[in-house]
Each structure stands twice: as structure tokens, then as C-alpha cells.
Design a protein around this ligand. Structure first.
Ligand code: ADP
Ligand code: MG
Length: 210
């Protein structure tokens, strides 16, 4: 399968659609242990990306990732804006040194997740979007090392993201606004983990159909 950046308009639309259809759920999650703005923040970014999607479709992946990251940083706001933005900008940077094949992509994604950890001064287990990104990055590396066929890899990736999102429910938040609630942060899924999982599911669905 040749995964071309011409897929970007479909990818962005699919991501925006799934976020819109889970709007109430996401807002309720951020209201429970955050300040309730995560959905609006993210949708502002996705609207900006939709407006750029034809232009993005013409760009090589590393240039598109850079642009996506910069747009996310400047439009989403909140903690998540700089973190999602960092993910894409760091993917672009890592892609300068690595080939754009499956093994290269697994390394690019791992480096980008490490950049998000540094930016957020956080790691897996702190009830954030990293509880989805870290297991996904690990799974990608394992799967490419084992030569897992792409359709199987994508299907498993979706499940890994869901499992990661679910782990945040019982965690104690130690980063972000939810950390102020201390023990009361337990019992709620993290909003950023939920939207990250939804976005990964949308990407998987588009790639499986491509
Ligand atoms: P804000 O918290 O500034 O209102 P958002 O509501 O847009 O920003 O995003 C909140 C999400 O950002 C959280 O649900 C969490 O997943 C993520 N997050 C917040 N702080 C951090 C951090 N330091 N490291 C990783 N993720 C974080
Ligand atoms: Mg918020």
C-alpha cells in the first residue's frame, strides 16, 4: 500500500467527523476533571486543518506534518495544542533522518512521542494523552520488527489505542489540570486520551479502506 499525503483531506475529515460525533462525551470528560474546553480547542484546530487540507494534500509527508503541527500549535490552544503540535512537528523533524517506510515510520512516531513527553514533562501512567500515544508507539515498533502485515497491524493498533485510553480511567492524574483534583481524578477517562484514541481509530479506518 502506498500511503500518499493525497489521503490527508480524507484523514482530516474522518478525524473531524469522529470528534464531532463524540462531542458531548469528550466535553463531559474534560468537565469532570478539567475545564471543559478540550473539545472546542481541538475542533478549532481541526477546522483550521480542514481549510488547509487541499494544500496539505500536495505536500510531501514531512512538510505536511510540519504544517499540521504549526497549525495545531497556533489554533488549538490549551495544553493539548502544544502537545499535539509537538507530535507533528517532531515527526517532521525525525523524518529528515529516516526513510518513509514502515520501519522508518515506527521510529519517526517513537521520536515524536518522546518529544511530547519532553514538552509535557510527563510520561505514561499520568492520565494523559500519552497513555494512548506510548503504547501505540511501542506496538508500532514491535509490529514492524515482526513484519506484521499492514491490515493486521492497523487493526491491532486500534485495539492498543482503546486499551491505552481505558487505562486512564483508574489512574491518578499527576499532570495537567486534573492533577489539582488528586484522588478525585480517579474514575474518569482522560479527555485527551479519549480524543487521541478517536483520532487514531479514524486514521486506521481511512487507511484500511485506502
Ligand atoms: P487545558 O488542560 O489547558 O484546558 P485541553 O483541555 O485542550 O487543555 O487538553 C487537556 C488534555 O491535555 C488532557 O486531557 C491531557 O490528556 C493533556 N495534557 C495536559 N497536560 C499534559 C501534560 N503535561 N502532558 C501530557 N498531556 C497533557
Ligand atoms: Mg481543558
Amino acid at each position: 500500500m502506498n500511503i500518499s499525503s493525497a489521503l490527508l483531506p480524507d484523514l482530516i475529515d474522518a478525524v473531524a467527523d469522529t470528534i464531532a460525533s463524540h462531542a458531548e462525551e469528550v466535553t463531559a470528560l474534560d468537565q469532570a476533571i478539567g475545564d471543559g474546553d478540550h473539545l472546542i480547542n481541538l475542533q478549532r484546530g481541526l477546522n483550521a486543518l480542514m481549510a488547509q487540507s487541499d494544500e496539505l494534500a500536495e505536500l510531501a509527508w514531512p512538510i505536511a506534518w510540519q504544517k499540521i503541527g504549526m497549525t495545531m500549535m497556533s489554533t488549538i490552544g490549551g495544553a493539548s495544542g502544544s502537545l499535539f503540535g509537538t507530535l507533528f512537528v517532531a515527526m517532521s523533524k525525525a523524518a529528515r533522518e529516516l526513510p518513509l517506510n514502515q520501519t522508518g515510520f515506527a521510529e519517526i512516531f517513537m521520536e515524536a512521542v518522546n518529544a511530547v513527553k519532553q514538552r509535557g514533562k510527563s510520561d505514561i501512567g499520568e492520565k494523559t494523552l500519552l497513555d494512548v500515544l506510548c503504547p501505540v508507539a511501542d506496538y508500532l515498533q514491535t509490529a514492524v520488527a515482526e513484519n506484521v502485515e499492514l491490515a493486521t497491524l492497523l487493526t491491532e493498533l486500534d485495539k492498543v489505542a482503546i486499551a491505552g485510553m481505558e487505562t486512564t480511567r483508574d489512574m491518578l492524574a499527576t499532570k495537567g489540570r486534573a492533577a489539582f483534583l488528586d484522588e478525585r481524578s480517579r474514575g474518569h477517562i482522560d479527555a485527551g486520551a479519549k480524543t487521541t484514541q478517536l483520532m487514531i481509530a479514524a486514521v486506521v479506518e481511512v487507511l484500511l479502506a485506502a
